[in-house]
Design a protein around this ligand. Sequence first.
Ligand code: SAM
Length: 232
Amino acid sequence: MEPEDFFGTISGGRVLDVATGDGNFIHFLVDSLKDYTEIIGVDNNKDVAPSFSAAFRKQRNIHFQLMDAHKLDFGDESFDFVCISNSLHHLDPEPVLREMKRVLRPGGFLLVSEMFCDEQTEAQMTHVLLHHWWAAVDTVNGIDHRETYTRQQLLDMVAALGLNDLTTFDLNDLSEDPKSKDFLAQLEVVFESYNQRANGHPELQSRGAELKARAKEVGFHSATTLMAAGRK
Ligand SMILES: C[S@@+](CC[C@H](N)C(=O)[O-])C[C@H]1O[C@@H](n2cnc3c(N)ncnc32)[C@H](O)[C@@H]1O
């Protein structure tokens, strides 16, 4: 079964997207869920609020709230669907997942979507290694950002929640040319910005240079994402 077929059968009801950023994952929810009544995105970074609001200005039932994912300011069992995308490696996963389960009603869906660092092709490993470099650069700049988890570590975190009817998907798209000149040119800009942020850390800058050479040599594909959803 494809994820669209699975999520297309689910009425989202009141939905919570934890660590929402500018709401990127909400676009997936809007496109995939059968329907929903309200979606709330929470994030602890106030700087993402304007881009979130701009993205959903036409949808009156999609809102942003400033909040720490480790201490959700919502009542027990107050959502029908609770999710988190590509953010567990920025957080302390155990308390965050516990909070997500607390605010979910019995029978509601909890969904974790996260890229993982193993079982990838060589071109996907460029993404994984780049991500680990970004995490190291963020860390020296005082931003919480860890390396991504293995697929099994993610499965273990979800298993510990004791959800029912667990369904998993491995999502990737290997159809693009991994050495696309356009894409490598875009990546160049990202290298430059992280390189500047690594000023004063020559070992991180040389790691960046090695990764730049790797991207040219073996190419780049986005790493596979695990989606795991189950009922409380
Ligand atoms: C890589 S972004 C993912 C954004 C979005 N979920 C997506 O899939 O594109 C990680 C997000 O986690 C947020 N974040 C980090 N620590 C957080 C915390 N303690 N509470 C809430 N959000 C947090 C960051 O501000 C950032 O927007």
